[in-house]
Design a protein around this ligand. Structure first.
Ligand code: PLP
Length: 340
């Protein structure tokens, strides 16, 4: 038995994609698989996405794009962040599409020009002149589609005004939250990341938006012991037993992506939610069992109704950060791909 096992269900990716495509009502779905598909595995997720009708793969770095190009020679691949001049030459050779954030448009490569409509990050505030021949797309990014729809709608309107004269180009601004909440944001294509993985852009239960989690993370009890009153577990003695307390040690820690600030979250032990106690170590954490259990009892960290969103709430972060932090090193966790 491995220390822990991650199971990626490509069937769930497919169902999420079908749901998003139906919601989009005609606009293209582009699959955002940056950061190794938010920790889920970019090559596998991209394959499922393409076969389910995603029209373009979106990444952030040249290396991410080249990994996908090697697997999918004919796929449209968009690099969404600005590249260095040396990288642009590689992108051209590999037939990638690139994002340009200023008026300096390279030749011989398909370009998406990025406009800043309110995110206050990369992009031009105005389209000063007609985009050149090799500009195929106009894009922008929403700052608040998950939390302030009024501001998001104003950004969409600004984008519409700026790009109206160039409606022949591919116009795209929507992310997952916009697809689910702002139908008029879809234009020609939507760049969906988090929703592909069955995670909620709103930090709520993904089932509320008909999304199905893709990732399952499980481990087991590697040791079971009873702490006597006054005895503690873990660094800093942050949990001290006040009564005889059965604990289990689970071999997943912050090096595996089980963050240090997840003390207090719950995991499923024999189907029951039990609290994580003490300081999370690099390689293990402790769970309060409530009773004596056998070594090797299964522990579910994510799955069976226990959500990444539940852990994110405890860690005071977003689901994106939790799955991006799950270690993809096969020397630590086993990875299983299923297509159920
Ligand atoms: C990451 C990213 C997305 C995807 O956002 P989700 O909220 O995961 O859907 C879309 N567009 C850009 C520019 C991004 O960087």
């Amino acid at each position: 038995m491995h220390r822990s096992q991650l199971t990626i269900d490509l069937g769930a990716v497919r169902r999420n994609i079908r749901h998003l495509i139906a919601t989009l009502d005609g606009a293209d779905l582009w699959a955002v698989v940056k950061a190794d598909a938010y920790g889920h595995g970019a090559v596998d997720v991209a394959g499922a996405a393409l076969s389910e009708g995603a029209r373009t793969l979106c990444v952030v770095t040249l290396a991410e794009a080249l990994e996908l190009r090697a697997e999918y020679p004919t796929a449209r691949i968009l690099v969404m962040s600005p590249l260095l001049p040396t990288e642009i030459a590689r992108a051209r050779e590999a037939g990638l599409e690139i994002t340009v954030v200023d008026a300096d448009i390279p030749e011989g490569v398909r370009v998406h020009l990025k406009l800043d409509t309110g995110m206050g990050r990369f992009g031009l505030s105005e389209l000063l002149s007609a985009p050149g021949r090799n500009v195929v797309g106009l894009m922008s990014h929403l700052a608040t589609a998950d939390c302030d729809l009024e501001f998001a709608r104003a950004q969409v309107e600004r984008f519409r005004q700026l790009t109206e004269p160039y409606a022949g180009l591919t116009r795209h601004i929507a992310n997952s939250a916009a697809v689910l909440r702002i139908p008029e944001a879809s234009f020609d294509a939507a760049r969906c990341g988090i929703a592909l993985y069955g995670l909620s852009p709103f930090g709520t239960d993904p089932a509320d938006d008909d999304l199905e989690p893709v990732l399952r993370w499980e481990s087991r009890l590697a040791q079971v012991k009873q702490l006597q009153p006054g005895e503690s577990t873990g660094y800093g003695r942050r949990f001290v037993a006040t009564e005889p307390t059965w604990i289990g040690l689970v071999p997943a820690g912050y090096a595996d992506g089980f963050r240090r600030d997840m003390t207090g979250t719950e995991v499923l032990v024999e189907g029951e939610r039990r609290p994580v106690i003490g300081t999370v170590s690099m390689d293990s954490f402790a769970v309060s069992l409530g009773r004596e259990l056998l070594v090797d009892t299964p522990v579910v960290i994510v799955g069976d109704g226990l959500l990444v969103e539940d852990h994110a709430r405890v860690a005071d972060t977003i689901n994106y950060e939790i799955t991006c932090g799950i270690c993809s090193d096969r020397r630590r966790a086993r990875r299983v791909i299923v297509d159920a």
